[in-house]
Design a protein around this ligand. Structure first.
Ligand code: SAM
Ligand code: SF4
Length: 460
């Protein structure tokens, strides 16, 4: 009897990729993936620590499993990822029915750990060293990048894949927990990435998204010379069968002329850049330790716009960072107005333990003010997105069909025609009615209607 595995993932694309890689390894070890946690005998949560809310959700989900574990003690419950690294034994204290805690730098150990638990050896924990608890080399070694061979069955969308190009982060933005839970920045050798992308293209994958916390600081020195992201894009552009290449997340400091030219000149590279600004106020940017000013961010945007006029640029902003006055916030609104982003992710500041901001500054912007700024900024961005989407009505766009939309997934399984969803090369979401078998195809769609986040159309 294969063991039945259910993985629940929260957080960023890096976590989605980690879950896929974990699933691939466990499938190879004889596990079977199941949709429902009730049918599973191993339940894994791949967790996020970026904001308090993400952690609260996991602790409540764990709480709900307490009785299940009492009734079925052989069921294995595991916590993986960033919260596992951050909270460590605290997870066993808060949820004593948890069997397994594994940090993101130790995921390669998972099959062995599950075996030992199943053999009755009791709860297990594998985490990496604290960043301040050893030499840089020993800390680095304790974060073991884990990128096993890719398996189609482990991906929810077989013709789209993410590929890790780097692990960790060395920026230490003062609000952010990522450097302490994902460890030091480490770039994978370019040759290894190329081999993985070729393997994916061989499996029929048309679109690859390269992942790194600061993907554009990618720097591989393993082959003697230095390979940066632009050079890597040139190499991957040659991979036969691959049609689209994207990369996230960019740090504004590393958006070089060379990178902009690579995006402009390489036919497979999508004219789409996610470059979080975080704030439009220099005072707040300094407090965040972002390493650039609002003026420098604007100059970078202007360069992208002049070289790649069709480019879609997206951003992240944090509102309510400690000390953010109305004037600071107004400068952020100004940057969002002028930036004309395709879309923005807007977050309310959440103090994170062991970060500089939490140590140095009181969380002094009231929750209600954070909420109001969040909603207002979102409204400003939505009005821009709507304006910028309108000219696409009546035009033809090419999309890569991902499969049934959220609505389509709820439509009766018998019917062949459902609502499908796909994305343009600039990452715009398009929904349309069509037969399920269109999933995985590049398809021209004529756009009939648009709102701020979605284009609606029909195949031409
Ligand atoms: N490395 C990426 C970057 O630099 O943009 C992504 C890091 S994080 C997973 C994604 C976003 O979460 C950040 O861009 C930031 O806007 C937001 N974020 C990070 N820490 C936060 C915090 N303590 N409170 C609120 N938002 C936060
Ligand atoms: Fe966090 Fe800053 Fe690193 Fe992004 S660049 S992961 S926001 S520390």
């Amino acid at each position: 009897m294969p063991r039945r595995l259910h993985i629940q993932t929260v957080g960023c694309q890096m976590n989605v990729l980690d879950s896929e890689l974990v699933a691939a390894e466990l499938l190879a070890a004889g596990y079977e993936l199941v949709e429902s946690p009730r049918r599973a005998d191993t339940i894994l949560f791949n967790t996020c620590s970026v904001r308090q809310h993400a952690e609260d959700k996991i602790y409540s989900a764990l709480g709900r499993l307490k009785h299940v574990k009492q009734q079925q003690p052989q069921k294995i419950i595991g916590v993986l990822g960033c919260m596992a690294q951050k909270d460590q034994e605290k997870i066993f204290r808060r949820a004593p029915h948890v069997d397994l805690v594994v940090g993101p730098g130790q995921l390669g150990q998972l099959p062995g750990l599950l075996e030992r638990i199943a053999a009755g050896e009791g709860p297990r924990m594998e985490v990496s060293l604290d960043r301040s608890s050893g030499s840089r080399a020993s800390v680095r070694r304790s974060y073991q990048p884990h990128d096993p061979l890719r398996v189609v069955e482990a991906r929810s969308v077989p013709h789209q894949a993410m590929v890790r190009v780097m692990f960790g982060c060395d920026k230490f933005c003062t609000y952010c927990v990522v450097p302490s839970v994902r460890g030091p920045e480490q770039s994978r050798p370019a040759a290894e990435i190329e081999a993985e992308v070729r393997c994916l293209a061989g499996q029929g994958c048309l679109e690859v998204t390269l992942l790194g916390q600061t993907v554009n600081s990618y720097r591989d020195e393993s082959g003697g010379g230095v390979v940066g992201l632009a050079e890597l894009l040139y190499r991957l552009n040659e991979v036969e069968g691959l049609r689209r290449l994207k990369f996230v997340t960019n740090h504004p400091q590393h958006v070089t002329r060379e990178l902009i030219e690579a995006v402009r000149d390489l036919p497979k590279v999508s004219p789409y850049l996610h470059v979080p600004a975080q704030s439009g106020s220099n005072r707040i940017l300094r407090r965040m330790k972002r390493g650039y000013t609002a003026e420098e961010y604007r100059e970078m945007l202007a360069e992208i716009r002049s070289e790649i006029p069709e480019a879609a640029v997206t951003s992240d902003f944090i509102v309510g960072f400690p000390g953010e006055t109305h004037e600071d916030y107004r400068q952020t609104v100004e940057l969002v107005r002028q930036g004309r982003f395709k879309n923005c992710f807007i977050f309310k500041y959440s103090p994170r333990p062991k970060t500089k901001a939490a140590e140095l500054y009181a969380d002094d912007v009231p929750e209600e003010v954070k909420r109001r700024r969040n909603n207002e900024l979102l409204a400003v961005q939505n009005a821009i997105s709507l304006q910028d989407n309108q000219p696409l009505v009546g035009r033809r766009v090419e999309i890569l069909v991902e499969g049934p939309s959220k609505l389509g997934r709820k439509q009766p399984p018998g019917g062949d025609v459902v609502q499908l969803v796909g994305r343009t090369v600039c990452d715009r979401i398009v929904v349309f009615e069509g037969p399920r078998h269109l999933a995985g195809q590049l398809l021209p769609i004529s756009v009939q209607r648009a709102d701020a986040v979605t284009l609606f159309g029909k195949p031409t």
